[in-house]
Design a protein around this ligand. Structure first.
Ligand code: HEC
Ligand code: HEC
Length: 350
């Protein structure tokens, strides 16, 4: 009798079709809840109630983020353009997607995205779950045609059957759970342990040059802090910071159709700015010195240039010493513990 029962169970297990493998994922323990730690100068993280962080969900998301299986020809992953060593930005001006296709914008960092509510340079996405759809289908990124092909690649992998089972209690892989897991991983990529933080919040060491640079940044002298406020160093909104008077890329206008939005882009965070070169939406500046020269010159005038760009036509007229101090301050926003955090690294090389 017992033997027959075992044979029956074996029969059930073996008859599990790879494409319909729900029957193996039974009685799995609930995933382990995970909480984010963050400093009190950060806003609360945006975590939808229907997608709480769990260790297993983050682990699945981390695998998906680093795995070229998400691209149509198995060559490109999210991490091809969002590189840990570049604080999850891209060190190439324009990122290379499937078939060596080049995009038209520089890949921004995805650090501290848990605390933001608009994504992409023009803010076309309003949640991480929604944002992640775009690269999966974008023809210069992962270049898939439909969810069915993405899901069937994942369903053929035993690894993903067990990762989905642990994270969501089902092996029935679907688009929603793919997006949920990627977003969970992204929400753990947080940086707030720079020399600046250690000084400003905890009284750690800071040089007189860095302090002077901070004063230039955070006062009328340089007037950077309105758009890059202390904390996240992005105000999460859109400005024309005077890069051009004619625009190749209309930025926020492409989304809203409002002429007042022509040439506006999201203020990027300045945390880990040392690692995220090249700079600006089109990666036009290779060095922080070039960025500082841009602001020192004051920027180009145009109908949409931001009123907070107060030095258009006048220039900041920083001395060489002030420029170098401003740069020292920007470099003090580096957090090497972030880019060396193995929990953020490629899980396939562990
Ligand atoms: C081929 C390069 C490439 C790949 C692959 C890629 N991205 Fe991106 N990513 C970009 C570029 C370029 C942008 C800016 C797009 C824009 O502004 O229109 C971006 C923007 C983002 C943003 C917005 C960040 C912010 O602060 O506004 C997030 C989040 C993001 N990508 C996540 C992902 C995820 C998740 C994947 C994989 C599913 C992925 N990316 C794959 C190049 C890439
Ligand atoms: C009016 C708002 C505004 C002000 C004031 C401002 N910025 Fe910016 N900053 C932006 C925007 C918007 C971008 C992205 C522009 C783009 O790519 O088109 C940017 C980009 C940058 C970048 C490049 C970041 C990256 O990842 O590409 C750096 C560095 C920077 N700003 C530093 C400064 C400094 C230093 C000051 C003061 C001297 C300053 N900003 C003042 C809005 C502002």
């Amino acid at each position: 009798m017992i033997n027959r029962f075992i044979i029956f169970i074996l029969f059930i297990l073996c008859s599990c079709n790879k494409y319909e493998p729900i029957c193996e994922c039974i009685n799995v323990p609930d995933p382990t809840p995970m909480s984010l730690s963050y400093p009190n100068n950060f806003p609360s993280p945006n975590i939808p109630v229907w997608n709480p962080l769990t260790e297993e969900g983050v682990n699945l998301g981390r695998h998906l983020f680093y795995d070229p299986i998400l691209s149509s020809d198995n060559t490109v992953s999210c991490a091809s353009c969002h590189k840990l060593t570049s604080a999850f930005a891209d060190d190439s001006q324009y990122s290379i997607g499937v078939g060596q296709a080049l995009g038209e914008r520089n890949a921004p960092t995805i650090m501290n995205v848990a605390f933001q509510n608009v994504f992409d340079w023009d803010g076309k996405s309003s949640s991480l779950e929604q944002q992640a759809v775009r690269p999966i289908f974008n023809e210069v990124e992962l270049h898939n045609n439909n969810w069915t092909e993405v899901i069937s690649r994942l369903k053929m992998s035993e690894l993903y059957s067990s990762l989905f089972c642990a994270a969501f209690g089902t092996e029935d892989i679907d688009s929603l759970h793919i997006l949920m897991a990627i977003s969970q991983f992204e929400r753990t990529l947080n940086s707030f342990n720079s020399r600046f933080d250690q000084w400003f919040y905890n009284g750690g060491p800071y040089t007189p040059e860095e302090m002077d640079g901070f004063n230039i940044f955070a006062t009328e002298r340089g007037d950077c802090f309105h758009c890059h406020p202390i904390g996240l160093f992005t105000d999460n909104t859109f400005h024309n910071n005077g890069l051009d008077s004619d625009f190749n890329d209309l930025g926020r206008y492409n989304i809203t159709g409002n002429p007042l939005d022509e040439g506006l882009f999201k203020s990027p965070t300045l945390r880990n700015i040392e690692f995220t070169a090249p700079y600006m939406h089109d990666g036009r500046f290779n060095t922080l010195d070039e960025v500082i020269e841009h602001y020192n010159f004051g920027g180009y005038d145009s109908p949409t240039v931001d009123p907070l760009m107060k030095y258009v036509g006048k220039g900041l007229l920083l001395t060489e010493q002030e420029k170098s101090n401003l740069k020292a301050f920007l470099l003090s926003l580096s957090d090497s513990s972030f880019i060396n955090n193995l929990e953020h690294a490629n899980p396939f090389y562990e």
